[in-house]
Design a protein around this ligand. Structure first.
Ligand code: HEM
Length: 446
């Protein structure tokens, strides 16, 4: 085993901070692996940061050797905001939570929310005046919030999700402004947190209180009403093998976390989808033909999805080029060997769907938007991993797919999306992968 993975050392740390402040971290990571290879590293103060771009090593990190790693510091920051939950903990708490929550997110269970998604999509597009310019990012965020809100709390209380998202957005905007400096906050936080074990949140006390004030009445109402069929009711009724369920504090955390993890990701994926369709009229025409043949003049349903493979190919190709979670990290709990190099305990090890999914070794013409490639995929395992992998893989994937495919079919059945300018699509990566500026499209009635 040789030393640390190759790279520019402390100079890389300066470049990292500059790139983080400019929202150009992905470009920085791409340049790093291009220069130094599929496992490369640099240092940021005492912290070593490793970037991995080899599908076999990605599988080791996320799946086969996942017990050797814990979440990175971002999770500690997130824990200050949404508390201990599925998205912010490691084993044993993570495993316990995942066992309790998993049944509510099984594919068959999630299909149940298809009608809600179609209903919410139709409600949103009803307001689109044919031909007027719409900010597709804003519209898709409204759609996914309404859908996740209705699935969580029922249609009449869907606005609860919008209120929660409003509080979370105020914090993430502040966090984004601090850029790469937050990379230091995680390690500093651990000893400070140990000194104040009973404080719900050191960094965001006001926001935590506001979140609790929004969620508590929703939980109380649901407990009193008993047997609803929304996700919150399922979570309240869920038990592990020992008969243990989630208490109110755990439920509150999981709800905030589901709103956080569940709406902007899918909203960004849908925004990129329609932006790409507007640029590729031949692909949009093929999509329209498939949807028309499957649905005719009625609204799409979950049962139609099996007859619309091209809709799924368009969505997968969008996730390949623009994965909403473009990079995420783990920390080894002891010094380990990875790809022949020594990785120190506590190093940040990044894997990146964005980088690997644009690698010409795994995808021919990697920058081209070609949904047809998904009819016969040829890439190795973990060359495409927009939802992660292993025990921390996205629990919401079945929900996100069902939601996105039905939203695409519902919208594309009624509208053609057309560009309003010729500027190329540019990305901004501050946490999630977003368009650098609003994508304005004309929704033309078909
Ligand atoms: C296109 C949409 C989505 C994408 C690309 C996406 C991506 C991801 C990724 C990459 C992870 C793993 C992160 C890691 O390993 O550190 C993750 C975890 C998670 N996602 Fe998603 N997600 C999406 C939609 C959703 C939705 C709709 C929900 C909920 C309704 C959701 C809830 C979660 C949760 C709870 C976790 C943590 C799971 C765990 O650690 O056990 N996501 N997501």
């Amino acid at each position: 085993m040789s030393g640390a993975p190759p790279g520019p050392g402390a100079l890389g740390g300066l470049g990292f901070l500059r790139a983080a402040a400019a929202g150009k971290l992905l470009e920085f990571f791409i340049d790093l692996v291009r220069r130094y290879g599929d496992i490369a590293s640099f240092t940021l103060g005492p912290q070593r940061i490793v970037v991995v771009n080899d599908p076999a090593l990605v599988e080791e990190i996320l799946v086969t050797r996942q017990r050797a790693f814990v979440r990175d510091t971002g999770a500690q920051l997130l824990r200050e905001l949404v508390g201990e939950g599925l998205l912010t903990t490691d084993d044993p708490t993570h495993l316990e939570r995942r066992r309790i929550m998993q049944p509510a997110f099984h594919r068959a269970r999630v299909a149940h929310y298809g009608e809600i998604v179609v209903g919410e999509t139709e409600r949103i597009v009803r307001a689109w005046r044919p031909g007027t310019r719409i900010d597709i990012g804003v519209e898709m965020a409204r759609l996914t919030l309404a859908a996740v809100g209705a699935a969580l709390f029922g249609t009449d209380l869907r606005e609860g999700a919008t209120e929660i998202a409003g509080v979370l957005a105020s914090v993430t905007e502040r966090g984004g402004a601090l850029g790469g400096l937050l990379a230091f906050a995680g390690p500093l936080l651990a000893p400070i947190r140990a000194a104040f074990p009973n404080r719900a949140s050191l960094l965001f006390p006001r926001e935590r209180a506001r979140l609790e004030a929004i969620v508590a009445p929703l939980v109380a109402r649901e407990r009193a009403a008993g047997d609803g069929d929304d996700l919150l009711s399922l979570m309240l009724a869920a038990r592990d093998e020992g008969g243990r369920g989630l208490d109110d504090a755990a439920i509150r955390n999981e709800i905030c976390m589901l709103v956080l993890a569940g709406h902007e990701t899918t909203a960004n994926a849908l925004t990129w989808t329609f932006a790409l369709l507007a640029q590729h009229r031949d692909i949009e025409a093929k999509l329209h033909a498939e949807i028309d043949a499957a649905c005719g003049t009625r609204s799409p349903s979950v049962d139609d999805l099996a007859r619309m493979p091209y809709v799924a190919h368009v969505f997968d190709e969008t996730l390949r080029l623009y994965p909403p979670a473009p990079a995420f990290a783990r920390r080894p709990i002891t010094e380990i060997e990875l790809g022949g190099y020594r990785i120190s305990k506590g190093a940040s090890v990044f894997v990146s769907p964005f980088i690997t999914q644009r690698d010409p070794r795994y995808f021919e013409e990697p920058l081209a938007f070609v949904p047809e490639r998904w009819a016969h995929p040829t890439q190795p395992k973990f060359a495409f991993f927009p939802f992660g992998g292993g025990s921390k893989m996205c629990i919401g994937e079945p929900f996100a797919r069902m939601e996105a495919l039905l939203a695409i079919a519902t919208i594309a059945r009624q509208f053609s999306m057309q560009r309003t300018d010729d500027r190329p699509l540019e990305i901004a990566a501050r946490g999630l992968l977003k368009p650098a500026r609003p994508v304005m499209l004309a929704a033309v009635a078909r």
